[in-house]
Each structure stands twice: as structure tokens, then as C-alpha cells.
Design a protein around this ligand. Sequence first.
Ligand code: ADP
Ligand code: ADP
Ligand code: ZN
Ligand code: ZN
Length: 944
Amino acid sequence: METNTQEAKETISVYGARVHNLKNIDVEIPRDSLVVITGLSGSGKSSLAFDTIFAEGQRRYIETFSAYARNFLGGMERPDVDKITGLSPVISIEQKTTNRNPRSTVGTTTEIYDFLRLLYARAGDAYSYLTGEKMVKYTEEQILELIMERYIGKRIYLLAPVVRNRKGHYKELFEQISKKGYLTVRVDGVIREILPGMRVDRYKMHSIEVLIDKLQVSNKFADNLKASLRTAMKQGDGLIMIQDVESGDVRHFSRQLMCPTTGLSYSEPAPHTFSFNSPHGACPRCKGLGVVNQVDMGKIVPKPQLSIYAGGIAPLGKYKNSLFFWQLEAICEKHGVSIKTPIKDIPQEAMDDIMFGTDERLQIKNESLGTSNYVVAFEGVTKYIEMQQDSDSSASAQKWAEQFIKTDVCPDCNGQRLNKEALHYKINEKNIAELAEMDIQRLYDWIQDMDVHISERQQVIAQEIKKEIVSRLSFLLDVGLNYLSLNRASVTLSGGESQRIRLATQIGSQLVNVLYILDEPSIGLHQRDNNRLIDSLKKLRDSGNSVIVVEHDKDIMLDADYVVDLGPYAGRRGGKVVFAGTPQEMLSASTMTADYLNGKLKIEIPKKRRKGNGKKITIKGATGHNLKDVSVTFPLNTFICVTGVSGSGKSSLINGTLQPILSQHLYKSLTDPLPYKTLDGIDNVDKVISVDQSPIGRTPRSNPATYTGVFSDIRNLFVGLPESKIRGYKPGRFSFNVKGGRCEVCGGNGYKTIGMNFLPDVYVQCEECHGKRYNRETLEVRFKGKSIADVLDMTINMAVEFFENVPVILHKVRVLQEVGLGYLKLGQPSTTLSGGESQRIKLASELARIDTGNTIYILDEPTTGLHFEDIRVLLGVLNKLVDRGNTIIVIEHNQDIIKSADYIIDMGPDGGIGGGTVVAVGKPEEVINEKNSFTAEYLRNELS
Ligand code: ADP
Ligand code: ADP
Ligand code: ZN
Ligand code: ZN
């Protein structure tokens, strides 16, 4: 007998999962619940949640497609798991922002902007962009009435416009008009009879109307007027003009939206009229991007005291005997200067010619051209740079050009992305771009309040659309994104922000019976907003879905229906289920996570706060994004934590202002900082290092050993072995990147890539070296019985034991172990490392380095992906760096990090326009006294 297992299932059951480090585990997860998967970093959480459950759900979904569609999507490999039952369709909401499309905004991803477009198309009032008057639109009846009223007793010309402000001789047009039987036209305001062969100046702009009728307006002849009016409407395509014969005054009337004074008409508005991604709505100058790339004069002429000859025009460099310079010579000469004149003394008109080109033909006299004088036009330096920016130019040329280009707000639309017409539709005095600029909170209030200010007709039309907009906005407010605006480009959002936007969008989509899998949704969120996030997750669950989150946050764990704890450790020593049950049950369990939850284990508050070495750097007058003239001092040789609710301005201050200033000063980096006035004390710093979560390498050829440099030490060790000496092996012999010792069949990859046409590439182990990457001879050289390939296959923990007598190597692998990465293999491809793992590898290589002691390390939410225990380890590493004289600046929401800092800079008080100031600074013990600070509120509990 068959039973429908899908329907009856109350759990999602995973049997025999072996993906990555998972130890053939079975897990039962209740359906329609909020489930947290937790455990140390590297314990196998993502391997279970994403690489097993999500991957299998995805695969089954694609199986349901036709073979044809599957060809295009690519087949998916079955994850290494025996069986999964009770699986619903799966949607994952990850942090990775794969969306690099500059046209995607908060408004488009949430679909709120789409509803606003509909609202403006249906209920917006159009205004003339020429006069600002409200546009009018009449039926033929109304037009007739208006004419009768206004012109009664007067003689009028009834005209049908056919050409408006366009160039041409219009010879054929005049012929056509006369063939239709009309004898008179109005050309550029003058009534003229059409003569045979008539034409106008083809290089000038003209406006032409056909005279349909000339009549005296009276009630008696209303029918005549009506008939002529209809003809005029037909000839003028819905537009007519009336000229008062006596006074010459002209007025326009239209069935379309029209400006009553100038006759400017708009076509019927539709949702695409307001889309910056459609040619109907986009600003023609910036094509809807809101920004334009322009040549940056400051970078082209960085030193105006230099002459052109001496290399004053940076992209051209010093004088070369080339046509380009001869042209410059000719231009200078024309303006009475020379290319040896300092640029600051060259007249502006000459510089304009040089930069933007000239149509005038230049006389070039140069002996290399012989006696003949060349006469050529010049395109200008900026044109030359812009040409290199074209997509057909080589990548290096584009890169070269980029350094002289800056991105500016589009001067035509002021960054509003839409054309003039679209920007002149208003509801309650606001156009659609102004709504998109508001932060979500203000927009929510505005929409709620809208009805009072609009007509009854508009209210009726808007009602349903308004509901959709309001509900979506309130989901965004629920996940703590009140400070964002709809026009914010998706590419500028942090991982946490875009994840929460997708979360809000999913809640809005009201799907049921879906399994959602989320990766640390609490990232980027202040403790204050955690409860609202938890409520949103519950909302998703309560509408009939299963929700699995990979999380380390205490509140979310305690508020979940069920917790799965993986461990006991990471990597090889993890991959087992150490606990599964309700949070209440967990509190009395004995896993490391449980111990941190019930307080048996905890991160101690430091006994002393460091005062620093007395040196400092001070930034003054920072005004980037929402920063309100922020001035703040960073005491050096301390551990500084920058706190504040999401959107308060932490990244704008640290990543957007401080870091680029330091990099510009120390490394001549070309990234401009956000605006600020001064920075004092820069001489106290000689290095700045951002330790972020970006991958340590983009190819499988990079790995922890290559990144930290320990691999060259290992190679040197192998070169120094007696066996190598006898054979005359050099370090290249032990590299898998160059010919010599590597396996040439796979080129040192260890695997071969097989292209599968429509399917994704398949990797198969190299049949020659069996994945070892080296040829047989190389592998014959052994240290303590292990070949170089065996060493790459060791975990870092194993390597620490193995190299205990080789100090250079030991030192480097031990710091990797110290940052909690002992479970990684030395040769694990960097493409398989998580963001947190990459970040800690970077920290470890910094620790291994002999440092200057005057370095500033900047970290943005380093606790991402970290368990309590991992955080304890991380704090140890950070403190070590400070003890050596360096300065740490971290942006964090994690309470354990905040309470461990020497110095706190708390931003706020709120996000967006409600933030952007420094609310509190000082030792944690001082900051808790600040009444205005949300951070203080939570920190008080931690410190008591
Ligand atoms: P968590 O999510 O708990 O931090 P992961 O599931 O990402 O842990 O990783 C578990 C283990 O599997 C780690 O040792 C990690 O380095 C390893 N791992 C992750 N992805 C891959 C992969 N694609 N290939 C091989 N090993 C991997
Ligand atoms: P935090 O790091 O504290 O979360 P941010 O510095 O990211 O805060 O944001 C502060 C304010 O600046 C917010 O209102 C945010 O929307 C705005 N903002 C941040 N980055 C950008 C950007 N690239 N473009 C426009 N506005 C931005
Ligand atoms: Zn524009
Ligand atoms: Zn091979």
C-alpha cells in the first residue's frame, strides 16, 4: 500500500549526511518551526544547512523541470547524503550579495518602487516642465466649450500642428499638405500660402501648423466649428492650436496631457514612464543610473606649476615626439603661450581646447613631417581618456583610464535617474524620485498620511496600491532598516542589510509551505533591533513555513523552537550532532554552546582597560553620508570598538572616511575618502590594514599555506634535504604553479576540468598524479617520511606537531592554530573557505609578521560566523596585536567584543538622518553612563 509520506511528515529528516566534515549524521528537524543550527566555526553548520539540505531541495526542484530547461540550468549533483524526507521547496537567504547590477535598488528588489510607479501612473498629477503649470487634458466636447467661451465673437485661425522645433526643408511635407487640399500653413508663427516648390532653411529649427479653418466664433456656427475641430484634431494628432486673428495670441488644446501655455504635451503615463530601467522613463544623459563618469581635472593636472612639456598633464606624461604633443604645441601657439609654460599660466580657453578638443584646424609645423604643414583637428585629452574606457579597450587600458575618472551625480537629473517628464508628475507635491529619496520611516509616514492631501478620485485609485506599499514598508521597518531609502543602490548595501531586505521581501511575498534557510540574519544588527528580527522570523514561520537559521546569537537561540548544535569541535573533529532539542532542554545539556548559554563558560571582562601610548589621531569635520560634522579622536595602542545601531554611520566614518585617508597618505591609494576637514596625528601611524572577510584568493590554487607564506618555507625545507641536493632540485621543483616538479597532466591542479557544454564544469581527479599535484620524482623526496603532497594534505593541527623542530615553519602554523583554524588543511583551496575563516587567516599572517608596532588594524564585524568560543580565541589574537603596540579598530555589535574593548566610540543615537553623531566615547565603564545611547543600555547588563 502506498502512503503519501510528504503530506504526513512533521519533520524534515536527514539520514546519513557526509558532506565535507559531516560524520554520516542523522538529524530530525521539526517542520513549521523556527530552528537554529549552531556550533563552532568550522563544525559543519553550513555543510548541513546549505550544502546538504538546501542543495538537495534545489536539486529536486530542478529535476521537476523539462529536460530542455535543465540543459540550460545545468544539472545539480546529489549531495553526499543517504536520504532526506519531509523536504518542502527551499529558498535560501544568504548574505553574499551576488547582485552587482548598478540598476538594482532597495526599491526595485523589494518591489515597492514598482507599486509606486503604478501609483504615479494612475494617480499622479502632471505638471509642465517648462512653466510648472498643471497640465491639462480635455475631451473634444470640453475643448469646444472652452473655445466657445473664450473666443465668442472673435475671428480665429484653427490650426493643426505638424512639426514642432525640428530641422529640415520640409519640401515634401508642404507638397503633401497641399495635395490634401489645404492652401495655407503657419510657419514659425507666420501665416503663409503654400506655393509650388516651397521649402524652408534646412539647417534651422521650424514649427509648422496647417491652417484648417478661419472662422468667426458664434453660437450659430457651432456645428461648423465642431466639424473643423474634429478635422484639426485628426491632422494634429490630438493637438490643436487657436490663434486670435486680431491679437495674434495663440493657445493650445489637447486630448493628451498638455501645458496650456506652451502646448508641451506628455504621452499617457504608464508604469514604465517612471522606470529608470526603461528608455521611456530613464534620464537620457545618465541612462537611468543617476551618476555619470566624468574626467577628474584634479587628477589630470595634479601639479599646475608644471608645464605640459615637463609632464604636467599626468595621463600624457613628459614630452614625446608625437602627433599628440605637436597638436598641443599648435594649440598653445595659437593662444600665445608654449608647451613649456607652466599650466597654471596657460589661459583657460587654451586649456579648454586642450582638454575638450577643438573643431578648428590646427597648423602643425614640425620638422619630422618634412616641409609640408599638417592641418588637423584635435579631439582633446578627455576624449582620449574616455575612449580608453570603452568596453572594447583592453582591460589594462580601462584600468589606466579609470584613475582619471570620477563618478559624479548626473547634472541633468540631479541623481534622480528619471527624465524631466517623469519627474514632473506629483502626488501631494512630491515626485516619485523624492519619495525614493526619503528614508523608509519617513516614506511610511508620508504614505499613511497621503489621503488627507489628495482628491477623492485619487484616494479611490490609490487605496489598493497603498495597502501593498504600506505592508512591504512595515516589514522593512520590522527588520531594522528604517534608515535606508528606496533609491539606495543594492551594490552599496552590506551583506546583513541585503539579507534582511530579502527577508522582508519574502515575508511580503506570502508564500506558504516553503523551507527558508538563513545565514546569520543578526549580522549588522544592534542588540536593540534583535527582537524585531526574531518577530519577523516568527512571522515567516506562522504563515506556514519552516525556518532554519544558522546562528550564534544567544537571543535567537533561546527564542527558537528547536536547536541543533554541531561539534564537538571544528573540521575533522566536528561534524557530529552534539545536541538537538528545545532551548530549555539545551540549557541543561553539556555542550560547549550550552555552557556559554547557561553561564558555565563565559568571556571574562578584562581587569584593566589600556590607556594607550599617549599618541592619537583625530579626525575633524567628517560629513560623509549621514555624518553630522563628526570629530573624534582615536587613542593609539588601544583596542577600540565602534558601536551604534545599524545605519548610525559606523562604516561611513571608519571604512568610508578614516581608512581611505590613511591609505591615501600611506599608500597613495586612489580611492577618495568621504568629505572631512582635517586629520591630525597621521605621522603616528605607518601602516593601515583592513582585515575583511573577502576571500584570500579566487582560484583553487591559493590556500592557507600559500597565503601565509609558510609554503615557501616548506619548499625551502624540501630543497635543503640531502635527497634534493643530490638530485639538484631548486625551490621551483616543489611549486605546483611552475613547470618542473609538478604533474604536467593536470598542470599542478590535482584535478582536471571537463567542460560539459550546457552543464557546469565537472572536476575529476587527475588520473596521473591521483590528486597529488606533483610528479613521481618530486614525491620521492620525503621529510620525516612525508612528501610535499602529504604535507599539503595535513591539517594545521597535524602540521604543528610535525614541524615542531623547524622554527620558521612552526611559528607560522602555530599562529594559524592560535586563531582557531587548526582543523583546516594546509592545502585546502581558498575557494572553499568561509568569510570568517579567510578573515582569521589574514589575521594570522599579520600576527606572524614582524610588525612595526604602529599599525592600525580595521575590522568590520569580525564575529560574523563565530561561536562564543571562537570569539574568545579571536579576542586573544586582537589583544596580542595591541600588546605589541598596534591599534585595533573594530566595528561590532557583539556584546562580548564591546565589553572587552579599551575604548568605545558609540555612534547614533539612531540610524540614517537620526544618526551620524558620536553619542558617547570612553572606557566601557564610562560609556554606560550615557543616557542617550542604546549601546549603553545593553552594556550596563554585561558589566554588572
Ligand atoms: P560552519 O558553517 O560550521 O562554519 P562549514 O560547514 O563551512 O562549517 O565547514 C565544515 C568543515 O568543512 C570545515 O572544516 C571546512 O573547512 C570544510 N569545508 C567547507 N566547505 C568545503 C568544501 N567545499 N570542500 C572541502 N571542505 C570544505
Ligand atoms: P552603519 O555602518 O552604522 O550601519 P552606515 O555608515 O553604513 O551605518 O550608514 C550610515 C548612513 O549612510 C545610512 O543612512 C546609510 O543609508 C547611508 N549610506 C551608507 N552607505 C551609503 C552609500 N554608499 N550611499 C548612500 N548612502 C549611504
Ligand atoms: Zn541623469
Ligand atoms: Zn596530475
